[in-house]
Design a protein around this ligand. Structure first.
Ligand code: SF4
Length: 414
């Protein structure tokens, strides 16, 4: 396909795509899907080889948020049965982080629900960052605390944070339909504050909220303008108890096309598969590794992922390798601070940051109390034989509220 040859050439040269080209990727047919994956995979391997960066989420504060982000299980008025707790103590957070690092993660993402931190909250998180860094040499730490006020990004940087995550989530034109308690401009402002403070910026999106192809291209082009080092791509987990509970409109093929489009538009950026990986890509997850170079290990903020061991096996079986702590994630030109945009010398961790957390959604939680773990043997062993699920149908059977790890007495999944 001429289109794909053109996009590979552009990706290898870091040349910008046109909107029409990005839309064309989303408009390809299922018959062309493997060609699309193969083409975007060439770009992925050119900049990131076969490495997969593992990131580990620690939910420092869960639920009880006054904001109304429609996709989020922690939102105002959510009736999702998620864990609710206030700030973890530094030693509790450090223990959770250590489990993820022992499982192969090189970055820890510290996330807290809420509109944004108070200065006291920032001090609290600074103590947690210090505890984690003292006990885990070389670990990258990303904070995801919501909207930042003046001076807070600098304070986090001084405390040792390498990165800051705040997602744009969706296009500017539809943002007001998703959230009313803050604006798209607020989100852009926080990403810019993180950049300006020398933190590696992480900002991404959520697909599957009823948006159009044009919306998806809009948000990815806006992200390209912001020039984050990492772009987490969340696939909406439609939690029961949230306004988007019925938005089951993704297929594995659609998810792969979205990831391919993001890779072509942001060829040399860490593209991370975030929340919804197991729920929406399902058995197609290994193909997605040809597009993204980063995933979350284990569980999400409020929902359970597949077993950490299964993540590692999938990476090995697909012919990829877990990125080591001594390997730099980003290509040399970005790690040095040049980037494909305008942000010079941002310092940061040279690898940079997370996605997942994003805006605290982290993919959202689940709706199923005491249910099986996504993708685990438990989730399927007791199910009666049924007809094969149809593409795009609700897969609430794959959504499980997180009941282990941070905020519980049970060991984390890592
Ligand atoms: S995404 Fe963040 S700000 Fe929005 S409701 Fe969820 S926790 Fe609150």
């Amino acid at each position: 396909m001429d289109l794909l040859n053109t996009l590979v050439d552009k990706g290898l040269r870091r040349e910008p795509l046109s909107r029409a080209e990005a839309l064309a990727v989303l408009g390809t047919s299922d018959d062309d899907l493997l060609d699309v994956v193969a083409a975007a995979g060439k770009v992925r391997r050119h900049w990131f080889g076969r490495r997969v960066k593992l990131n580990y989420l620690v939910n420092l504060k869960s639920g009880l948020c006054p904001e109304d982000c429609s996709y989020c299980s922690q939102r105002l008025g959510s009736t999702a049965g998620i864990l609710k707790y206030t700030w973890l103590k530094p030693d509790e957070a450090s223990r959770a982080a250590a489990a993820g690092l022992a499982g192969g993660a090189k970055r820890v993402c510290l996330v807290a629900s809420g509109r944004g931190p108070t200065d006291r909250d920032v001090d609290r998180v600074a103590g947690t960052i210090k505890a984690i860094k003292e006990e885990n040499e070389g670990v990258e730490v990303c904070a995801c605390l919501g909207l930042l006020s003046d001076g807070q990004a600098e304070r986090l940087r001084e405390a040792g944070a390498d990165a800051y995550n705040h997602n744009l989530n969706t296009s500017e034109s539809t943002y007001g339909e998703i959230t009313t308690t803050h604006t798209y401009a607020d989100r852009v402002d926080t990403v810019q504050k993180a950049h300006a403070a020398g933190l590696s910026a992480c900002s991404g999106l959520i697909a599957g909220m009823g948006e159009t192809d044009e919306d998806l291209v809009d948000v990815v082009f806006s992200l390209r303008e912001l020039d984050p080092d990492s772009v987490p791509v969340n696939f909406l987990i439609p939690f029961e108890g949230t306004p988007l509970a019925k938005e089951w409109n993704l297929t594995p093929q659609r998810c792969l096309r979205i990831l391919a489009m993001v890779r072509f538009v942001c060829p040399d950026v860490e593209v991370r598969i975030a929340g919804g990986r197991e729920v929406h890509l399902r058995t197609m997850q290994p193909l997605a590794l040809h597009l993204a170079n980063s995933i979350f290990l284990g569980d999400y903020l409020t929902s359970e992922g597949q077993a950490g061991k299964a993540d590692l096996e999938m990476i090995a079986d697909a012919g990829f390798e877990v990125e080591g702590a001594d390997q730099v994630t980003l290509p040399e030109h970005r790690a040095a601070g040049g980037g494909c945009g305008s942000h010079e010398s941002r310092g940061g961790c040279g690898a940079h940051e997370d996605g997942g957390c994003g805006s605290h959604e982290g993919g959202g939680c689940g709706a199923h109390e005491g249910g099986g773990v996504c993708g685990s043997a438990d989730a399927t062993a007791t199910a009666a034989p049924t007809a094969a699920p149809q593409a795009g149908e609700a897969r609430t059977d794959l959504v499980a509220v997180r009941r282990r790890g941070a905020g519980t007495d049970l060991a984390p999944n890592a």
